[in-house]
Design a protein around this ligand. Sequence first.
Ligand code: ATP
Ligand code: MG
Ligand code: MG
Ligand code: MG
Length: 470
Amino acid sequence: MSSVNDIRKTFLDYFARNGHEVVASSALVPHNDPTLMFTNAGMVQFKNVFTGLEKRTYSRAVTAQKCVRAGGKHNDLDNVGYTARHHTFFEMLGNFSFGDYFKELAIELAWNLITREFAIPADRLLVTVYHTDDDAFDLWKRIAGLPDERIIRIPTHDNFWAMGDTGPCGPCSEIFYDHGEGIPGGPPGSPDEDGDRFIEIWNLVFMQYEQLTQDERVDLPRPSIDTGMGLERIAAVLQGVHDNYDIDLFRHLISASEDLTGTKAEGQHQASHRVIADHLRASSFLIADGVLPSNEGRGYVLRRIMRRAMRHAELLGVKDPLMHRLVPALVQEMGQAYPELHRAQPLVTETLLLEETRFRRTLDRGLALLNEASSNLGEGDALDGETAFKLYDTYGFPLDLTQDALRQRGVSVDVEGFNAAMERQRAEARASWHGSGEKATESVWFALREKHGATEFLGYEAEKAEGLVL
Ligand code: ATP
Ligand code: MG
Ligand code: MG
Ligand code: MG
């Protein structure tokens, strides 16, 4: 059986053999793009190469890229633990052509890799194309021999990629694997496509146009290719399991948390173990790339991820800090491919321990308040915004942690009420600060940062507008 580490290597070697430069993953904090919160796709480090701003010595590249999708436009945080296919941190394998080969070779390389090297049976595969992309449709038919009904034309933006409002853009083609009857979910384009039976494993982007203005689009003189394949998803396929959390890497992480907590990843505890394993990866890799928990921007996303995992540790009945004790298992699994994990191991351990020690001081009391305030709420009800805000402000519960805690019972949170309570407190804090000249509290400071603009904060908003994603 191929391990995650084998599969990563097979991918890189295959494209290296086909003339691609093996380029290292870039950091999770994008160095070339202050508007993007985290690196969320393989193409991020090549953005300026695609637009022509930057030149490289090669015109074909291959990477295994660290990605985080837990903020901004691509936010998969709420899916984690509940779908078979989403992580906050994952590795995206990708091959890139900078004005070199285009659709035909991209499809041929992809098809040969998955059906020959990986030996996935062709009859388990289906693909989507953008509805007007007859070239791609014909190429899939000719190169892969797929029957018409397994080349699905999709009219939505899912199959049209754009770097931003202007710049390179083009149709894309997604490759799906059918995990078989018995798993709920329909094929792409069908009403129940969000199920987990047909799982998207690879996305090929055909950058062939440049959007000049809102209504003016021209052909790129030298079209390019950008692809992304989820390593954990292809590993699930190749290891004969349906769920990403059943691949070797996650089994090892989860068995470490089973051992340390004395619980099994079954029944009511399954989601908790998954969330813990996923968030351990995201937290550790973010810390290794220089992000530290804080109350704003990137640091707050990290804090939310960490605290969410910590609540799940609490659900497993753990009384002492847990997360830092899982770091050795992670380093064992991923330290060879990512030496920065080794280097940062002491910092990661220390940061997780400190955060969990602090959060535990308020976690129990916050949960008691939450239980009391929600005890008579049921399916379809919402927790009032005041309580959610009190949990946030006094007990350090990020809003999404409260939402996650209520989710199993079908209870939501009055987000508008939460925002209103937050706004009120900020206004009060501002007023009292101006009035009394007292030492600025943290909340005043945040309010000021927000008012006068801080790069991190602006970055958050700008990313949403930019939509810099695969
Ligand atoms: P999905 O529709 O399943 O959410 P996507 O279309 O958002 O995936 P892309 O942006 O096309 O994903 O990213 C390229 C590839 O990266 C996907 O084909 C998938 O294999 C993988 N991928 C995307 N998001 C995640 C995630 N949250 N966790 C694990 N793998 C992911
Ligand atoms: Mg997605
Ligand atoms: Mg998709
Ligand atoms: Mg996709």
